[in-house]
Design a binder for this molecule. Sequence first.
Ligand code: AP5
Length: 211
Amino acid sequence: MDSSIVLFGPPGAGKGTQAGRIVNATGKPQVSTGDMLRAAVEEGTELGRTAKGYMEAGELVPDEVIIGLIEERIKQPDASGGLLFDGFPRTIPQAEALQKIAPVSMVIAIHVEDESIVERICGRFTCASCGEVYHDLFRPCKVRDICNSCGGTEFKRRADDSEETVRTRLSAYHSQTSPLEAWYEGQGLLRRIDGNHTIDQVGEAISNLLI
Ligand code: AP5
């Protein structure tokens, strides 16, 4: 398997927003554990039933569940050229498990202040057809209620995007996920990006890392 890239940062930092640009530049498929879990919840699978309560509460899903999910994902044929991990790993045990099964060449860490995160997440909505990510203020549809990408007219908001749950997710990030930055820095893999700029400016900074 070729090396993979990790897109790292707090909830609402802009990982999903920037992932498409990295996929286009590298050809590595995006693997979002959040999207995989939400699909499982919607389908009502055993995984979904396990994950639902944790996600609604804003807590992390247990490591063994997530590691099992990734072990299965990297067996797919499209993983041979490496993957773009979005929202994984989120704990040291997850990173240690990843280290054993797939090489990582770069960890892109997007930094955003907590208060901006609350504002970003509470204004987020996505196209129900293609998943394109929007924001009430920062990234509205070009034509009201019509998706820029696919022309879809139905949109949804995530159940865990309330202010109260965002604060729990942030606290999980600070206590369980942020220690990973030092872990990856120690391996010389960490690249920090200031995410407190416009979507295009952050995208450009990320593109410069990929040259
Ligand atoms: P997950 O789906 O991974 O959510 P998250 O990490 O909380 O990240 P988000 O998807 O909320 O944010 P994002 O960084 O992608 O931001 P976005 O681009 O949308 O996880 C959900 C849950 O699943 C977790 O809480 C946990 O329970 C579970 N889970 C998932 N993975 C797990 C794991 N590995 N281990 C354990 N549990 C796991 O942007 C946000 C908004 O801001 C958008 O509206 C966007 O338009 C706007 N925006 C983006 N960039 C900018 C900018 N530069 N300026 C202004 N607005 C911007």
